[in-house]
Design a protein around this ligand. Structure first.
Ligand code: Z5A
Length: 215
C-alpha cells in the first residue's frame, strides 16, 4: 500500500520569499527521491485560477465585499483540496502549497477584522480535515516586505494587486496575525526568519522540514 504523502504550506506577508523557497524545497525533496507537487492559493485548479483573477484585479469592475472575498478564497481552497491536494497525498506525493488556510485567518480575520473563530470554522469546512503537516511561516517586517514588492514590480513591470494596495496598518495586522497563529499552533507552524540571505533562509527551511518530517 502506498504511504500518504506529506503536506507542507508556506505562509507569510507578500515578498517574504515564499515562492523562492517553495521552489528550492521542491528541488531538494525531488533530489531526495520524493514525488512533489507544487501548487498555490488562490488558484491551483481552473476554477481556483478564475477566482484568483477576480480577487486580484477586481476583474468584474465591481468592488468585492469583504464577505464575498472571504468566501471566494474558501471556494478556491475547497476545490483545490478535493481535486488536487487530497488525491496527490493519497498517491504518496508530497504537496507544497504557496499559502493555505492560515492566510485567510491572517488576511480576512486579523487584517479585515472578521471574527477569528468564525474564520477558523469556515476554514475547517473548506478543508474537511486536510490540514498541513507542517507550515513554514516566512516572517519579514512590513517595510522590508513592501520594498521587495516594489523591487519585484519594477523588474517585472507589474503593479500592486488589490490586496497589496491595502495600507501599512493592514499589512502589520496581517503579520501580527500570522505570528499569533504560530503561537497557537507551535508544533505545526514554524517561524522562519526570512530577512537573512537567501541561502541561510533555505537552510532553515530544510532544517525545519527534515527535522519534523524526516524526508
Ligand atoms: N490572500 C488572502 O487575502 N487570503 C487568502 O486566504 C489567501 C491569499 C490564500 C495572493 O498573492 C494574495 O492573496 C496575497 C494574500 C491574499 N495578497 N497580498 N497582499 P500572491 O500569491 O500573488 O502573492 P504573495 O503570496 O503575496 O507573494 P509574492 O508576491 O509572490 O511574494 P513571495 O512569494 O512571498 O516572495 P518571492 O516572490 O519569493 O520574493 C519576492 C521578492 O523578494 C523577489 O524579488 C525575490 O527575489 C526577493 N527575495 C526573496 N528572498 C529574498 C531574500 N532572502 N533577501 C532579499 N530578497 C529576497
Amino acid at each position: 500500500m502506498t504511504s500518504r504523502g506529506r503536506f507542507i504550506t508556506f505562509e507569510g506577508p507578500e515578498g517574504s520569499g515564499k515562492s523562492t523557497h517553495i521552489r528550492r524545497l521542491a528541488a531538494r525533496l525531488e533530489a531526495a527521491g520524493h514525488k512533489v507537487l507544487l501548487t498555490r492559493e488562490p488558484g491551483g485548479t481552473p476554477t481556483g485560477e478564475a477566482i484568483r483573477r477576480i480577487l486580484q484585479h477586481d476583474a468584474t469592475g465591481e468592488p468585492i465585499s469583504p464577505e464575498a472575498e472571504l468566501l471566494l478564497f474558501e471556494a478556491s481552497r475547497a476545490q483545490l483540496v478535493r481535486h488536487v491536494i487530497d488525491p496527490a497525498l493519497a498517491s504518496g506525493t508530497w504537496v507544497l502549497c504557496d499559502r493555505f488556510m492560515d492566510s485567510t485567518t491572517a488576511y480576512q480575520g486579523y487584517g479585515r477584522g472578521f471574527d477569528i473563530e468564525t474564520v477558523l470554522d469556515i476554514n475547517r469546512f473548506a478543508v474537511a480535515g486536510c490540514e498541513p503537516d507542517l507550515t513554514l511561516l516566512m516572517d519579514v517586517d512590513i517595510r522590508e516586505s513592501l520594498q521587495r514588492m516594489e523591487g519585484r514590480n519594477r523588474l517585472n513591470q507589474t503593479v500592486n494587486d488589490r490586496i497589496e494596495r491595502e495600507d501599512v496598518a493592514f499589512h502589520e495586522r496581517v503579520r501580527a496575525g500570522f505570528l499569533a497563529l504560530s503561537q497557537k499552533w507551535p508544533r505545526r507552524i514554524r517561524v522562519i526568519h526570512a530577512m537573512r540571505q537567501e541561502d541561510e533562509v533555505a537552510a532553515s527551511v530544510w532544517s525545519a522540514v527534515s527535522g519534523e518530517l524526516s524526508p
